[in-house]
Design a protein around this ligand. Structure first.
Ligand code: MG
Length: 168
């Protein structure tokens, strides 16, 4: 897309995603199955972290958003593995002449505790994007019992990313 070809050494992107939490679904986060009594409701696997990250990547490159690339009305993406969707976004970024500088993300979830899973999520994302784990930060927070994340009815994720121009 033309906007991404505007010469700039770095581009920033931001992504946000929310999913409703319901019984009978797996809780997928950062490509990891996190054992929990509830999981993300969604057309794909409902991985809020990867969706926020994908939107940040696409946003930084001015390439639209995840919903535009993979419409939730398309049966092809039912229960899709969001790591696969992220890999496709990464290919678009690379085709636009950009590479990831670093990623910083925050998951907002009341429970379960995510600390034991964060390293594995970083590893999975690093593999998918072909970057080092040191380029990826993932933090987990509760919302102190407030709002839809606090009462356990939903999960939210935020991501920011810096993309750098691949030098010719
Ligand atoms: Mg989503």
């Amino acid at each position: 897309m033309s906007s991404a070809s505007v010469v700039a050494p770095m581009r920033i992107g931001h992504g946000f995603d929310v999913h409703r939490l319901v019984a009978g679904r797996r809780l997928m986060l950062g490509g990891i199955h996190v054992p929990a009594p509830v999981g993300s409701l969604g057309h794909s696997d409902g991985d809020a972290l990867l969706h926020a990250l994908a939107d940040a990547l696409l946003g930084a490159a001015c390439l639209g958003d995840l919903g535009g690339l993979f419409p939730d009305t398309d049966p092809a993406y039912r229960d899709a593995d969001s790591l696969d969707l992220l890999a496709i976004c990464a290919a678009h970024i690379e085709a636009a002449g950009l590479m990831v500088g670093n990623i910083d993300a925050t998951i907002v979830l009341q429970q379960p505790r995510l600390a034991p899973f964060l390293q594995m999520m970083r590893q999975r994302i690093a593999q998918t994007l072909g970057i080092a784990m040191e380029q990826i930060s993932i933090k987990a927070k509760t919302s102190e019992g407030l709002g839809y994340t606090g009462d356990g009815s939903g999960i939210a994720a935020y991501a920011v990313v810096i993309l750098q121009r691949i030098s010719a």
